[in-house]
Design a protein around this ligand. Structure first.
Ligand code: ADP
Ligand code: MG
Length: 829
């Protein structure tokens, strides 16, 4: 009997699968009896939620999306939106969010103040959520803004709506310590930046990598894509993976195929929500213009402010020097409303202060250049006044767009010179801007000329500023491309100078020359043999004629230039204007001061009489002369218009109010000291720029050498592999690049395999057998990563590790495996 049994047993074929199944059944039964059903792990739940959301992407119908919760958005995003009081999507949000969630490239255009920011921030958050992005995954989304203030504002909105997510976000704009940013940036998931600063990181910061980037957003896209940023943007794009998703937003969207080709968009979705609208500006915006002479503009502005002291107003000017000068004198004149100024020559901290101040204030006027023209969402602005004619209709649309935002009302007033009226108005009409002509009541017009004259008589530094304001304004008009609107020769210069408080018009040499050439006179060669000036003039002319003076250095310089350097300058002429007064151009445009106040002794005359061989020499001479004077700091002479010294040391007492006005700048009224200080600032700036460029060159060289070494070692490895008949070429290639990179630099702990990433990779494998939709998106990510190497390196590392361990395939899921192991271990102990 026993024998028989044994025989039977021998004949039974043991099926390991069946056996295992039986065993598992038994195990499950005992497990059920002994343990309570275990909760799913957080990441598992999240993965299931993501899958459910992604499954709904194809069903999104913008017309039916009334609330944000009608979109398949993560709980964290919906919570953030609700907490920030955003419940219903605006039109542009309804029409773009769906496409963006589906991973499409989007070009979104909608009027100013219509909610474009959330239209890209929501997809950014969802994209990283979908990929279960963590701090160690580095940069996942990049948002580029044309100005620091706009980047800062977007950052604040992101912080608000994204606060329930765990992604890290960073603001990368100029004006802060680069090293400080560099330390943090490689752990930042969402970077909001200005183009110049981003490129600086790409070039100088070796730990910065954009190779895993999933999403690129260009806010104010047409501005980022225009000539001013062209080279910077091209260089940035070279550093980004091609497989990314790209979103472009603006109120005046680019339709240029060339621009879009630069960004390698893939079948983009064009969403123009207001394309068929009657007007291109908000319906709640009332717009008008007045025609007035140039010399009346300051009076009109002062009178306007006096009659709107309870309002919040932004006044746009053509250039920084105008803002600087008029801000100071308006503060002095006490128009009855607090006056603030925002322009690109301010230190960064001051800019942030001014921005926040203006956000908070209920009634105030902000004097600004076009750095405030785009995107800024100051709450409850009542008026936008354009003191100087905008460069084109698009700039007009963006400037007036600072008021009448998101269902609110607003008013806009444009001051036009008689010579500007016709061409500008027809341009605006063409762009569907509705505005009506109004008149200034002459009885209400207050003249401030005598007040300004008095200020200038008291303070020579102000006089200097007034002169700079005068020249800068003329230069900005002269450089404008559209000659139908801007004709510098139509301007009444003496009257304009007097309206600024100057006794007479400073002589502007570039205008003199241009005028002579215009009337066909032979160029002045003997009187002012100033070669550099001539060259500058020629180069301007070349540009005005549409040619660019070709030079490699120009291109190099452009990369260093932050957006603010471009303000007050026509877009087509950014190269020359970047240098502003900070370089030799200054001399070309320098005011020939007349000795109105009789303060300049022989030295001044000497200066004027001498015919310097070249500009550099004269500049040096001037500096030496100033140094020779050996003046003491804060020692000063004050003269009346008659040239009488009325007060010497100690300096005039300044009221605290005056101090306030000049906050952030040194006070002092010694004209030479002021001039010297300005010159020194310029020199220091140049020095810094120079050493920055040298550093860049060195770094470029190092990077090139490093790349060459990598390339060589990669090739060697490939050949070795081919000889060995290796079949996994792609992945090994990347590992080689990775390893050799580590060799070059010595041991770097950050190159160690990242446990989180490895888990990700394992999860990915698991996904491909489990969730169809999610697995697809994960697989897309993997294939996207092939271009850049980094993701593939991580995958490879995970694979290597798993193959070393040779895990037993139990046919269970990872979670069940873990349970089993724990159970077995528990049983043993
Ligand atoms: P744009 O970029 O189109 O000029 P913004 O994104 O700056 O406009 O938004 C303009 C204003 O509208 C902001 O104050 C913003 O808070 C508000 N806003 C945007 N979307 C919504 C929404 N869905 N619900 C309520 N307010 C919104
Ligand atoms: Mg915007």
């Amino acid at each position: 009997m026993r024998e028989k049994k044994a025989r039977v047993n021998k004949n039974v074929k043991v099926d390991p699968v069946k056996n295992f199944k039986k065993w598992k059944k038994r195990y499950d039964k005992t497990k059920k009896q002994t343990t309570r059903p275990k909760k799913k792990r957080e990441w598992e739940v999240e993965r299931e939620n993501i899958k459910k959301l992604v499954d709904k992407y194809s069903e999104i119908n913008p017309k039916e999306a009334v609330k944000f919760s009608d979109f398949p958005l993560s709980k964290n995003t919906l919570k953030g939106l609700l907490e920030a009081q955003y419940r219903q999507p605006t039109e542009i949000q309804r029409h773009t969010i769906g496409f963006a969630l589906q991973g499409k490239d989007v070009l979104g255009a909608a009027k100013t103040g219509s909610g474009k920011t959330l239209a890209f921030l929501i997809p950014v958050l969802e994209c990283l959520y979908r990929h279960q992005w963590t701090a160690v995954d580095g940069l996942g989304a990049l948002i580029i803004s044309p100005t620091r203030e706009l980047a800062y504002q977007t950052f604040e909105v992101l912080r608000k709506v994204g606060k329930n997510h765990e992604f890290s976000a960073g603001l990368v704009i100029g004006g802060k310590d680069l090293n400080d940013e560099s330390v943090k940036i490689h752990r930042t998931n969402i970077v909001i930046c200005t183009p110049g600063r981003l490129l600086q990181h790409m070039d100088e910061n070796s730990s910065f990598s954009a190779s895993d980037l999933h999403m690129l957003v260009l806010d104010e896209a047409d501005r980022i894509l225009d000539m001013g940023f062209a080279d910077t943007l091209n260089a940035i794009i070279e550093n980004l993976p091609k497989s990314r998703q790209t979103l472009l937003f603006s109120a005046t969207q680019t339709k240029s195929v060339k621009d879009l080709a630069r960004l390698s968009l893939k079948d983009p979705e064009y969403v123009w929500v207001h394309e068929k609208a009657k007007f291109s500006t908000p319906a709640t915006l009332e717009q008008s213009y007045v025609v007035c002479e140039l010399h009346q503009k300051v009076n009109v502005l002062f009178s306007f402010l006096r009659s709107h002291v309870q309002k919040k107003i932004i006044v746009f000017f053509a250039c920084c020097k105008e803002v600087q000068y008029l801000f100071r004198v308006f503060c002095r004149m006490r128009p009855g409303i607090s006056v603030l100024a925002l322009h690109g020559k301010q230190p960064q901290l001051k800019r942030v202060d001014v921005y926040n101040d203006f956000v908070r204030k209920k009634a105030a006027v902000l004097f600004a250049t076009d750095i405030a023209a785009r995107g800024l969402d100051f709450p409850a602005v009542n008026w936008v006044l354009q003191f100087d004619c905008p460069e084109d209709a698009n700039t007009y649309i963006h400037r007036v767009g600072r008021t009448a935002r998101y269902k609110e009302g607003g008013e806009a007033l444009l001051l036009l010179l008689p010579s500007e009226e016709q061409a500008m108005i027809s341009q605006l009409q063409e762009k569907k801007v509705p505005l009506s002509k109004i008149q200034v009541n002459p009885d209400k017009l207050v003249s401030v000329q005598s007040k300004l004259e008095a200020f200038l008589a008291q303070e020579k530094e102000q006089k200097e500023r007034a002169q700079r304001c005068f020249v800068s304004y003329l230069r900005s008009v002269y450089l404008m491309k559209n000659k139908d609107v801007f004709d510098v020769f139509q301007l009444q210069l003496p009257a304009y100078a007097m309206s600024l408080g100057l006794a007479m018009a400073p002589r502007v040499r570039f205008l003199d020359k241009a005028q002579k050439q215009q009337v066909g006179a032979a160029p002045e060669t003997s009187a002012t043999p100033d070669q550099d000036s001539d060259q500058e003039l020629q180069s301007f002319k070349a540009q005005l004629g549409g040619e660019r003076p070709s030079s490699q250095s120009e291109e190099e310089e452009e990369a260093d230039v932050d957006e603010e350097e471009n303000e007050g300058v026509p877009k087509g002429l950014l190269h020359s204007a970047e240098e502003d007064e900070d370089d030799d151009l200054k001399d070309l445009l320098m005011v020939k001061r007349r000795d109105v106040f009789n303060i300049n002794d022989d030295e001044q005359d000497e200066e004027q009489d001498a015919k310097p061989k070249n500009k550099k020499e004269s500049k040096m001479k001037e500096v030496k002369k100033v140094l020779k004077r050996n003046f003491k700091v804060n020692t000063k002479k004050v003269f009346t218009e008659d040239g009488e010294a009325v007060q010497e040391w100690p300096p005039l007492q300044r009221t605290p109010e005056d101090e306030d006005e000049d906050a952030g700048e040194t006070s002092g009224i010694d004209v030479e000291a002021a001039r010297e200080r300005l010159r020194r600032e310029d020199q220091e700036f140049d020095k810094k720029e120079y050493s920055k460029r040298v550093k860049e060159k060195h770094r470029e060289k190092r990077l090139k050498e490093k790349a060459a070494r990598r390339e060589a070692s990669k090739r060697a490895k490939e050949e070795k592999q081919k000889a060995a008949g290796g079949d996994d070429e792609d992945e090994d290639e990347e590992v080689v690049a990775y390893l050799s990179g580590a060799d070059d630099e010595g041991f770097d702990p950050s190159t160690l395999p990242d446990p989180d990433k490895m888990r990700d990779s394992e999860d990915q494998d698991e996904d491909s057998s489990n969730g169809p939709e999610l697995a697809r998106s994960k697989r897309t990510r993997s294939s996207e990563d092939e271009d850049d190497g980094h993701g593939a390196v991580q995958r490879k590392k995970a694979k290597q590790l798993s193959s070393q361990a040779e895990p037993l395939d139990t046919g269970l899921s990872l979670a069940e495996d873990e349970e089993l192991v724990l159970h077995l271990l528990g049983g043993r102990s």
